[in-house]
Design a protein around this ligand. Structure first.
Ligand code: CA
Length: 253
């Protein structure tokens, strides 16, 4: 009953929001993590009305799985009070595995400690409950904008283990030695290194690197992975960097 009321009052707020952006295939994708159904669904609806694509998770583990498997994710709206894996632990886990996904935390008014810890752990911003949809949307936009600016002005060197990739110069150092890569190999490696530990299916890799109109089959991906392994791995038949994830595809790191 209480949840229904909250939902109704939140929904009435969404009616006066600024005009939605037009949907496109390049839509930014947001993940809403909250165990209270009424809040999660209301937030998701409000964001969808703004033209975002929205994924939802009702607990921390589900969210972690989505982060690892989603084709695209631009921002996570993360409630800290969650079953199975709480928001702070999830945030810590992601940053520890090198994932830089922008995070907007939702915190209770009373929990200043959580807020401080969350920001220290690498959350980008926070919003105190209860909040209005207009404020939530404004915060989401500002986090996305800041990340976009940071990304374009960032030093364009990706490092992982012994591998160093210079995105602007299209050069790669493997254990300190410059190794040459074909354009497709380079783009594939750049994609992997931009998302350490993320699992990619062959279809996702094909679409990102070869483009959605590519007519070849997913064997092409396997062949390129083999070539990459020969250039990156100490022992290509026992890879440390480009790992096969049985039943899914591939992962870097
Ligand atoms: Ca909650």
């Amino acid at each position: 009953m209480e949840g229904d009321e909250a939902r109704r009052s939140l929904l009435s707020m969404t009616s006066q929001l600024p005009q939605a952006k037009e949907a496109s295939p390049l839509q930014e994708t947001l993940l809403v993590v909250e165990d209270e159904d009424a809040i999660r669904e209301t937030v998701a609806l409000a964001l969808e009305e703004q033209g975002y694509r929205v994924l939802q998770a009702a607990d921390g583990r589900e969210a972690l799985e989505l982060v690892h498997t989603a084709e695209r994710l631009d921002l996570m709206i993360l409630d800290l009070m969650l079953p199975s894996l709480n928001g702070l632990d999830l945030c810590r886990l992601l940053r520890r595995e090198g994932n830089a996904l922008p995070i907007l935390m939702l915190t209770a008014k009373s929990s200043e400690t959580d807020r401080v810890v969350g920001l220290e752990l690498g959350a980008d911003d926070y919003l105190t409950k209860p909040f209005g949809m207009r404020e939530l949307i404004a915060r989401c936009r500002s986090v996305l904008r800041r990340r976009q600016q940071a990304y374009t002005s960032e030093a364009t060197v990706l490092r992982y283990g012994d591998i160093c990739l210079f995105t602007q110069e299209c050069r790669v150092l493997v254990r300190g030695v410059e190794v040459s890569f074909s354009p497709k190999e380079f783009r594939l490696l750049e994609l992997f290194m931009s998302h350490p530990r993320r699992v990619w299916t062959r279809e996702q890799l094909l679409e990102r690197v070869w483009g959605s109109d590519y007519m070849g089959d997913s064997k092409t991906v396997d062949v390129h992975i083999r070539w990459l392994r020969e250039k990156l791995e100490v022992d290509p038949s026992n890879p440390e960097y480009l790992v096969t994830v049985r039943g899914f595809g591939y992962r870097f790191g």
